[in-house]
Design a protein around this ligand. Sequence first.
Ligand SMILES: [Zn+2]
Length: 81
Amino acid sequence: MSIGMSAAWKAKQPKQKRCDRCELYTPKPDDKCIHCSELNESQVAQLKAQHQETLQDNSTFGKYLLFGSVIIGLLLLLSFL
Ligand SMILES: [Zn+2]
């Protein structure tokens, strides 16, 4: 059930492309970007800066996740000894 459902869910997702101006993913970058079409240049720059911060947050979170899984792996290993 879950495989069929996730396939249907994926089929429903619009194909996203990256906007050249704000570097965010948008359903129709060729038409009007949903993120930056209403913004002026300085607002777009601000948006890009915020986006960069988000990316950095995500990579920090990824490191914590990796660290956590290493600890769990070590604990599992110790429990077998
Ligand atoms: Zn854009």
